[in-house]
Design a protein around this ligand. Sequence first.
Ligand code: PBG
Length: 329
Amino acid sequence: MTGPVRRPVDRPRRLRTTAAVRELVAETRVHPSSLVLPLFVREGAEEPVPIGSMPGVVQHTRESLRRAAGEAVADGVGGLMLFGVPEHKDAVGSGATDPGGILNSALADLRRDLGDSTVLMADLCLDEFTDHGHCGVLDGRGRVDNDATLERYAAMARAQADAGAHVVGPSGMMDGQVAVVREALDAAGHTDVAVLAYTAKYTSAFYGPFREAVSSSLQGDRATYQQDPANRREARRELALDLAEGADMVMVKPALGYLDVLREVADRSDVPVAAYQVSGEYSQLEAAAERGWIDRDRAVLETLTSIRRAGADIVLSYYARHAARLLRG
Ligand code: PBG
């Protein structure tokens, strides 16, 4: 015996009946101006060099970088994050602090071209510039030397700000890096240059394609300085330190596997929060889309929406320009 069908009183589906009403009640929006496009520039390249594991992404020449940056800004992305791939590497990453080094000269190109029409960001880390591929300098026993590395970061921050970066992004996960970078910038008169701290940066397999993107020389891993994926509470500790040291913005990275951390950081941070949809997150979607196993455009917007919903104000993504175009129709 079944009784009469009970009719629901509350009907959430009412607000899903048309695209217009769904748009009206959407709680989270992705806007091009909150997206940042990472770009790679390679010293000595005469043609853009495709990155095999990141279809559609290249190591730019200085000239092609200028074009790509201008187009991305014209399409509405909110900022650019620049990575340099030097021709020569050494133990201390000299190219990172050389005003004529690839990253600094490309920053100067873009600042000259684009002025203040976008937010120009620079990756502040030694890994692209060291012959051993680590984010810092090594001590006599081959370990990453935290405090010696900080001195290099201070010099790198000055060089990037001199070259025209609006924002520097220390990504090496050295203790005390935000304080040292802030101090170095202020001492050089760059009080307006902001620090985007990589606050909770996890040691991740999803950086795999990036290593090709920057022609990394790394053997081994970065587990002695990047966070263990098992740890959430530790991210709170890193956040407290970065805020106390003067971070203007904080970041969680990678994004999709760390949405819980992102939510927690967003709830506790009184500065804007960024998340980085990293190379492996991009390549994964590209590989599936290429096979027709997933709808690229829907997946891109869905992942970006999820990252925003979890608390990111800003999203760094290799899809930034693509998404900006999708969103503008
Ligand atoms: C360090 C840095 C890395 C990424 C951004 N900054 C590499 C790493 O930590 O190994 C990874 C970005 C990505 O995978 O897209 N300079």
